[in-house]
Design a binder for this molecule. Structure first.
Ligand code: AMP
Ligand code: ZN
Length: 492
């Protein structure tokens, strides 16, 4: 039986502001969309935190036996500076400054993004669509919204009519904003004069002469508004109503609010049943952000070459550190925090590595089923990984008692204990056993052992055995060389 049938997962839904029992639209299947990066620069660790949480959520859903279609996009067009409707496209700007093609910018930072994800042991999403690959779908959506009377063309751009929409729907349903307050608080910016109201947002923008990323449309040459791509791609691959949509807290407004409005306006459906938002990563007490320069990129933290941290940290230690706090809380990245996580991670791995040496006994003196239920209860409570980790440290205590003979487990319980630890540590938290030796270390060990055996054979004048070791290693492509300093080897 699939695990999801016996586990009642609860998710904090940002739309209803409460934890709700997760019930997918189609039993056994989950559709999940997460806003991906805008690939105009290297991702920083703040971005990584958000994607890391959703990687863990994806892993847990898979562990529960759901068939998950996980869509995470790449924003390669339409995201303007200052996240507003004016200014230059972030990617075009970078291309102009570096005198390269926008698609070279996109390629460079997409490759970097993928490298970072691989380093941190992320599972790839099921689909990774790009905004530029879905221009036709976006134009179709704009047309649908115009046809439904909720968008208007103005000077070859198309804007969403927020005021009209708000007559029958609620613009602000996700972010709890009132249109009246928004009206009160928005300043009219230069260049927004094409809009009926400053709260309206761009669905399609006319490309000025210098704007290099442009596509033909019924309204002239232009490019899509930033919010539109996510509506186009999420509904294309997951349907007009799907299960989970995630992203960082900073995307709730306007990005996600606009996604809801666009889908309601085009298709008459609220697109998402469970909206999930992960909180921000801070660096020494201040939000990590590209615009303020308060950032550390993953390579700098992994290599130790940065001004903030005393040493290098491994990818799994950073994953462990992230999982030690709730995704809905602000997480402050500090040297002390990382050092403490490193200690904890090493302790956990040491215990996990020693599991192999534990032997089953006739009787069990520990209630493994209760411990296992606690682990599931933690994750079922809105992916509460810090509590899960506390239970994993309970397991460390049990392992130590087993090693010291102060506790025992029968064969069945021991197998259950080991498989549950492995499932949570490796499959769900996505940690890697960095203390275990690599295959090349193992090969070195084996060859050195054979060299030692050959030396002993020669000392015993067992020439047959000594030649056999040399010849058979040679047949495998490993050549031994006897010298004054002893025997060395080379691998061909
Ligand atoms: P961007 O490339 O700026 O569109 O951001 C990609 C993702 O990273 C979005 O989901 C953001 O919400 C998220 N993000 C940006 N800054 C931070 C931060 N300091 N902490 C956590 N997530 C962040
Ligand atoms: Zn998005």
């Amino acid at each position: 039986m699939e695990l999801y049938k016996e586990n009642q997962l609860k998710i904090y839904n940002s739309l209803t502001k409460q934890k709700e029992i997760f019930k997918p639209i189609t039993e056994g299947h989950v559709g999940m969309y997460v806003c991906g990066p805008t690939v105009y620069s290297n991702v920083h660790l703040g971005n990584v935190r958000t994607f890391m949480f959703f990687d863990m959520a994806y892993r847990y859903l898979l562990h529960l036996g759901y068939k998950v279609r996980y869509v995470r996009n790449i924003t390669d067009a339409g995201h303007l500076e200052n996240d507003a409707d004016v200014g230059e496209d972030k990617i075009s700007k970078k291309a102009r400054l570096e005198q390269i093609e926008p698609m070279e910018v996109v390629q460079r930072y997409t490759v970097d993004f993928h490298k970072v994800l691989e380093t941190f042991n992320f599972l790839p999403p099921s689909i990774e669509p790009t905004a530029t690959g879905h221009i036709i779908e976006q134009i179709e959506l704009v047309q649908m919204i115009i046809d439904n009377g909720l968008a208007y063309e103005s000077n070859r751009s198309v804007y969403f009519d927020v005021h009209k929409y708000n007559e029958t729907k609620n613009y602000g349903v996700l972010s709890n904003r009132q249109l009246d307050d928004l009206i009160h608080n928005t300043r009219t910016l230069d260049g927004q004069s094409d809009k009926k109201n400053p709260q309206d947002f761009a669905l399609w923008k006319k490309a000025e002469d210098q704007h290099i990323m442009r596509w033909p449309s019924p309204w002239g040459e232009g490019f899509p508004g930033w919010h539109l791509e996510c509506t186009a791609m999420s509904t294309k691959y997951l349907g007009d109503n799907f299960d989970i949509h995630g992203g960082g807290m900073d995307l709730k407004f306007p990005h996600h609010e606009c996604e809801i409005a666009q889908c309601e306006a085009a298709k008459g459906t609220s697109p998402v049943n469970y909206w999930m938002h992960s909180n921000m990563l801070h660096l020494n007490g201040q939000r990590m952000s590209k615009s303020t320069g308060n950032t550390v990129n993953p390579h700098e933290l992994l290599s130790g070459e940065n001004k903030f941290f005393s040493k290098a940290y491994s990818p799994s230690v950073i994953r462990f550190f992230t999982a030690q706090s709730s995704y809905r809380s602000i997480l402050d990245l500090t040297d002390d925090g990382l050092l403490a996580s490193e200690k904890g991670f090493n302790k956990l791995m040491e215990a996990v590595n020693s599991l192999k040496s534990i032997k089953a006994e006739k009787i069990s003196t520990v209630d493994i089923i209760e411990w296992k239920n606690n682990c599931y209860a933690a994750m079922n409570d809105d992916f509460n990984s810090p509590i899960l980790i506390a239970h994993l440290f309970d397991a460390v205590k049990i392992i130590n008692q087993l090693k010291e003979g102060k506790a025992s487990l029968n064969e069945l319980d021991l197998a259950e204990f080991i498989s549950t630890i492995n499932a949570f540590v490796f499959d769900v938290l996505g940690l890697k056993n960095e203390t275990e030796s690599s295959n090349s270390d193992k090969l070195t060990g084996v060859v050195e052992m054979l060299i030692q055996m050959r030396k002993e054979a020669r000392e015993n004048k067992d020439w047959a055995l000594s030649d056999k070791i040399r010849d058979e290693l040679l047949a495998l492509g490993i050549q031994l060389k006897d010298g004054r300093e002893g025997t060395t080897y080379s691998i061909n």
